[in-house]
Design a protein around this ligand. Structure first.
Ligand code: IMP
Length: 499
């Protein structure tokens, strides 16, 4: 006989609705804050907070460098997938960390390099402006894409095409970012090299970064104003992968696994906490209170919850394991709050898999999630790493699970793992740029929270009132009993009737 059989069915997010609370001027949507804790850190550092409660899933078809950059600018973060070589994942994290900053330590060029050699580095890094320095790091000039044409100048030396330092506005020994920005804005130039008293290059400041900061008030960044970067890892090659990711200055690590209640996760988390205590680790996925305690006791700083609900997931069918996401969140949030009372440590929980619409996000947050992870939502965006295709006149993007045959191929070659598939491959309708979609999503979440009379996520957890609704109530909540045909509605005159 089984140890336990629960006859109470587990519930999905779709089955709940929110009841309104008293709204006031303090809870109008414009006043609602979506700020939330990404991961527990002992010193409660600012950089471990997100400004929106949404992250993108660690998947090949979702979270590459482009998504990492754009989502961090918009207040969330992408979990950069680990089903790729250590080198290519490290490159993605490097790109995110070096995309923008206040003080940038840029890649430098030597004066005697050819333009062709420099151009190769430009392609690799994606940067278009480079400082030129001698062997002692003394600044000599700048070379940018406007200074050469690769077809004409490939055999020239960099020193022959660069703008020499005499013609460049330079800052000396500036250490305050505000002051550096002021000098740059006064200079009419797009870049400001900062040198020490001996002429050695210290940093560069870019005008596009200042504009970026103004355009993206929710941006999440580290103490040096570099975008936040989160990397997924696995429990197989972490001893080689983590050091390389740390070299690229990754901020947070997250174990990507469908089952987090394992000794392998404990070993991985403990190893990272011992060797890199400054880098928080997110564990998961788990769906029980025991799983949550296990990961937290192992040192997990945040926990991903959910199993079997993803849009591309066939885990429940293949293995019979899983649980409705709403029940999972309710159970784990209760345990998280209990743990907080006991220890004073607040461990955020991340609802993952099957969060489909904006109302799902809102219900997940109301039930106790601190933020949600989504795959399908982001796979549809311009910034996901896949190419658009046209099928039956509709623009689509491919989306596949990390446990699908397509992704498993990589795991099979590397670890001889993945004996059967747990995910499928499909298409999702292209939705355009992330920032346009996200805006609407966030407004809707804020509006729901406003209706519930709360002004932030912690208050939402404390005050939200939800109700399980019947299948008929869900039907009632949809458009019904009206004609909404899409075919042309030519209005015809009716013959007059004589009553
Ligand atoms: P979605 O937002 O419903 O598309 O679900 C995304 C989530 O599904 C991810 O964050 C993972 O937790 C999970 N997932 C990703 N790939 C697979 C798979 O192949 N099988 C099962 N679950 C998967």
């Amino acid at each position: 006989m089984a140890k336990n059989v629960n006859f109470e069915p587990s519930r999905t997010l779709m089955e709940f609705r929110l009841l309104p609370g008293l709204s006031s001027k303090k809870t109008v949507p414009e006043e609602v804050s979506l700020r939330t804790q990404l991961v527990y850190s002992e010193k409660d550092e600012k950089k471990y907070y997100l400004n929106i409660p949404i992250v993108s899933a660690a998947m090949q078809s979702v979270s590459g460098a482009k998504m990492g950059i754009e989502l961090a600018k918009l207040g969330g973060t992408a979990f950069i997938f680990c089903s790729q070589s250590i080198e290519s994942q490290a490159k993605m994290i490097f790109k995110i960390k070096n995309h923008k900053a206040g003080f940038v330590k840029p890649k430098t060029m030597k004066p005697d390099m050819t333009v062709k050699e420099m151009y190769k580095i430009r392609k690799e890094t994606g940067h278009s402006t480079f400082p030129v320095v001698d062997d002692n790091e003394i600044f000599l000039g700048l070379i940018s894409k406007w200074d050469y044409d690769i077809s004409l100048h490939k055999d020239y030396l960099v020193k022959d095409r660069m703008i020499p330092k005499e013609n460049i506005e330079i800052g000396t020994n500036i250490t305050d970012l505000k002051e550096a920005n002021r000098v740059l804005l006064e200079s009419h130039k797009s870049v400001l090299p900062i040198l020490d008293n001996n002429g050695k290059l210290l940093y560069m400041i870019f005008r596009k970064d200042i504009n970026d900061q103004l355009n993206n008030p929710l941006e999440v960044h580290d103490e040096k104003k570099r975008l936040l970067a989160v990397a997924a890892i696995n429990t197989h090659d972490f001893k080689e992968r983590v050091p390389k990711l740390v070299e690229t200055e990754v901020d947070v690590l997250a174990i990507d696994s469908s089952d987090g209640y394992t000794i392998f996760q404990k070993d991985t988390i403990e190893w990272i906490n011992k060797n890199y205590p400054e880098i928080p680790v997110i564990g998961g996925n788990i769906i029980t209170k025991e799983g949550f305690r296990f990961l937290v006791d192992s040192g997990s700083g945040s926990v991903k919850v959910g199993m079997g609900g993803g849009s591309i997931c066939i885990t429940q069918e293949q293995k019979g394991t899983g649980r409705g996401l709403a029940t999972t969140i309710i159970d784990i949030a209760e345990e998280r709050d209990k743990y907080f009372k006991e220890s004073g440590k607040y461990i955020p929980i991340v609802a993952d898999g099957g969060v489909t619409s904006t109302k799902d996000i809102t219900i997940a947050l109301a039930l106790g999630a601190d933020y949600v992870m989504m795959g399908r939502y982001f796979a549809r965006m311009e910034e996901s790493p896949t190419e658009k295709i046209v099928v039956n006149n509709r623009v689509m993007k491919p989306y596949w699970g990390e446990g699908s045959a397509r992704a498993c191929d990589w795991k099979l070659k590397r670890y001889n793992q993945a004996k059967f598939i747990e995910g499928v491959e499909g298409l999702v309708e292209y939705a355009g740029r992330l920032r346009d979609n996200l805006d609407e999503t966030l407004i809707k979440i804020k509006s729901s929270m406003s209706t519930c009379g709360v002004k932030n996520i912690r208050e939402f957890h404390e005050k939200a009132e939800l109700e399980l609704v019947s299948a008929l109530a869900i039907r009632e909540g949809k458009v019904h009993d009206i004609y909404q045909g899409t075919e042309s509605k030519e209005i015809q005159e009716l013959p007059e009737t004589d009553y």
